[in-house]
Ligand binder design. Structure first.
Ligand SMILES: CC(=O)[C@@H](O)[C@H](O)COP(=O)(O)O
Ligand SMILES: NCC(=O)COP(=O)(O)O
Length: 254
């Protein structure tokens, strides 16, 4: 049986537009415009628009977040670090969703999940601050039982399991990493959490993740922007969504 999401979808696609901004920033131009990318992605089937306002603003800028928030027909999932600056920005702009992620200046991309257990009180305070503004909070964590348990304990309604290790796994570790995600989904659902997933997913490795019953939403960005170079933006979004739904329906049919 397919679990239907609020939008009636069996699984939702969050399109992360960070790297549209990377291309724009490469020359300091105003194009490609992340706002246009967001609106076209929604037309092409994106259920959520995700953007990561990093402390170093290497791609998405504050102005992008402000410009995009009021224009979306779907919903904004703003990813940010657990810092006073970012939480204040999130509370001012009030996206529907905020996903709290770890951040290191020197990282090329997000390297792991938020250590909710270690920073329990700080994360709990951040969740409460955001929830007081009516924002739904997701925690970007590794698929580890103690992290999932900690997320449930501090009252976050949603977790996003970091699929980076799965995405980077060689053939010998792939099955183990996929099993780790599967178990994380089961643990999260058992604790009443919505379970999302993301990071490093592309048009091939997404299928096994999308097929996991109970995953509500996948956040995917880099691979879609890369595919858009060859196929165009809207086709890249449409194709990713179609692959996800086919994988989920195939799994449910089994
Ligand atoms: C949290 C996550 O996995 C993505 O948002 C990722 O951080 C995309 O942004 P970067 O490519 O700048 O890491
Ligand atoms: N949280 C994952 C995300 O938003 C997109 O990550 P990626 O697909 O750009 O690796």
């Amino acid at each position: 049986m397919s679990y239907l999401q609020p939008t009636g979808q069996v699984i939702e696609l969050g399109v992360n537009i960070d790297h549209v901004a990377t291309v724009r920033n490469a020359r300091g131009t105003v194009y490609p415009d992340p706002l246009k990318a967001a609106l076209l992605a929604e037309e092409a089937g994106a259920d959520v628009i995700t953007l990561h306002l990093r402390e170093d603003r290497r791609h998405i800028k504050d102005a992008d977040v402000r410009a995009i928030r009021p224009r979306l027909a779907t919903r904004m999932n703003l990813e940010c670090a657990v810092t006073t600056e970012m939480l204040d920005i999130a509370c001012a702009i009030r996206p529907q969703d905020v996903c709290l992620v770890p951040e290191k200046r020197e990282e090329v991309t997000t390297e792991g999940g938020l250590d909710v257990r270690r920073y329990f009180s700080e994360v709990q305070a951040a969740v409460r601050q955001l929830q007081a503004e009516g924002i739904r909070v997701s925690l970007f964590i590794d698929a580890e039982e103690d992290q999932i348990q900690a997320a449930a304990e501090l009252g976050a309604p949603v977790i996003e399991l970091h699929t980076g290790r799965y995405a980077e796994a060689g053939d010998d570790a792939l099955h183990q990493e996929l099993e780790r995600i599967r178990q994380g989904v089961d643990i999260g659902l058992a604790r009443g959490l919505q379970v999302n997933a993301g990071h490093g997913l592309h048009y091939t490795n997404v299928q096994a993740i999308a097929a996991i019953p109970g995953i509500a939403e996948l956040n995917i960005g880099h691979a879609i922007v890369a595919q858009a170079v060859f196929d165009g933006w809207q086709k890249a979004v449409r194709d990713m969504k179609a692959i996800m739904i086919a994988a989920r329906m195939g799994a449910d049919a089994r």
